[in-house]
Design a binder for this molecule. Structure first.
Ligand SMILES: Cc1ncc(COP(=O)(O)O)c(C=O)c1O
Length: 389
């Protein structure tokens, strides 16, 4: 019903993933493959294209009127897909999640305050904290049976009176970890105990594979709703990242007023119409597309895991429960990180996110057609290293 194998040529279309690649990576080969930005190469759900096309055909693109239908569409989606009951009045749109994180920091903390992140973690968390003159407090994730886990006791020992906020990524980028209700409750209890605001970035919540289940932090720990801000978006789910629209969900009216004051102070209370139309259409019409996508992505994940481990003996790809990322540990290949990076960039002509942005080595999958080619090149790039026992 949906053709995820069709390759859409994205070069020279202002697609950051493709058109920023040479500048950022130095890989200038005309057949280079980008596996760095978390956006997909698939066309959006047909209902999104139809909604945008109507707007384009009308050809009048004046200011967008927020009639409440956008928050209502989000509310319905969260109830349908995740069993989470929210009220439209709890929702504040922002120009994307990362800008929302910046606004939240400004609303609930002061320069010099500390913000907890769980590395390896999405690199923009670090950048937005530093750009807002707050400090990063790293709570290193630990590996347990091939899966990441939070070490709250180690974090407890590092807290200071300046620690004010926790940025959680749920599901986790880059590990694809879907946190259990128990893990979320433990973190929530920790935040309550230490008077911390918990920001739960759930942008990847819809991209969870069969066998795993995303639990919104708000459902796992309703008792801390007063100190919780949940960030969600339709942009990862439906491949609309260029729409740059996200939502902060805050049920505590006083906390929401603080956030809305920052949104108003930055003149962000009026929204990008194209983004609002596209994302609302995703929530309203994209469900069958998403269900088909998840089946396709799970196959891509399995193919990637098997092939990368065969291509570079010793490499270990973390088995992701969610997200369309890939997270590969090359440390047991016997190669230096520089050698691995050179083989991937120069021999395979593939641009991956530099591992040190998050911790060690990560990439995103392209569609299967491009993925096949990328994997074939990785086979070649590592062909000369001996098999490991
Ligand atoms: C965890 C997480 N949060 C936020 C974003 C980006 O959100 P936005 O484009 O809405 O700022 C990403 C993109 O990869 C992400 O992985």
């Amino acid at each position: 019903m949906f053709d995820f194998d069709r390759v859409v040529e994205r070069r020279v279309t202002h697609a950051s993933k493709w058109d920023n690649m040479a500048r950022l990576s130095g890989i200038t080969a005309p057949d280079a493959i980008p596996m760095w930005v978390a956006d997909m190469d698939f066309p959006a759900p047909p209902g999104v294209t139809a909604a945008l096309s109507s707007e384009i055909e009308r050809a009048t693109h004046g200011y967008y009127a927020d009639t409440g239908s956008w928050a209502a569409a989000l509310t319905d989606w969260m109830a349908r897909r995740h069993g989470l009951k929210i009220e439209p009045g709890w929702v504040s749109p922002t120009p994307g999640i990362v800008s929302g994180l910046g606004l939240i920091l400004q609303a609930v903390s002061a320069p010099g305050d500390e913000v907890v992140v769980f590395p390896p973690a999405y690199h923009a968390f670090r950048k937005i904290i530093v750009a807002n003159e707050r400090r990063i407090l790293d709570a290193q994730l630990v590996l347990r049976q091939g899966r990441y886990a939070m070490d709250l006791e180690a974090l407890r020992a590092k807290l200071t009176p300046r620690t004010k906020v926790v940025f959680l990524c749920s599901p986790h980028n880059p590990g694809g970890t879907v946190w259990s209700p128990e893990e979320l409750r433990a973190l929530a209890g920790f935040c309550a105990e230490h008077d911390l605001i918990l920001v739960s970035d759930e942008i990847h919540c819809d991209l969870v594979f069969s066998g795993a289940k995303h639990t919104p932090t708000m459902m796992a720990a309703p008792e801390i709703a007063d100190r919780l801000i949940t960030c969600v978006a339709a942009t990862k789910t439906f491949n609309l990242a260029g729409a740059h629209v996200g939502a902060c969900i805050v049920s505590n009216p006083a906390l929401k007023r603080r956030l809305d004051a920052r949104i108003a102070a930055c003149g962000l209370g009026s929204y990008n119409g194209f983004g609002m139309i596209a994302t609302e259409a995703g929530w309203r019409t994209g469900e069958a597309w998403l269900d088909a996508l998840l089946v396709y992505l799970a196959k891509s994940r399995d193919q990637f895991d098997a092939r990368i481990e065969a291509a570079a003996p010793g490499a270990r790809s973390m088995h992701l429960d969610g997200t369309y990322l890939a997270w590969v540990d090359f440390s047991a290949t016997g190669l230096t990180p520089e050698d691995v990076a050179a083989r991937v960039a120069q021999r395979a002509r593939i641009y991956v996110s530099p591992g040190e942005q998050f911790g060690p080595g990560g990439a995103t999958w392209p569609g299967s057609t491009i993925l096949d080619e990328a994997l074939r090149r990785l086979d070649e790039a590592f062909a000369d290293i001996p098999a490991r026992k």
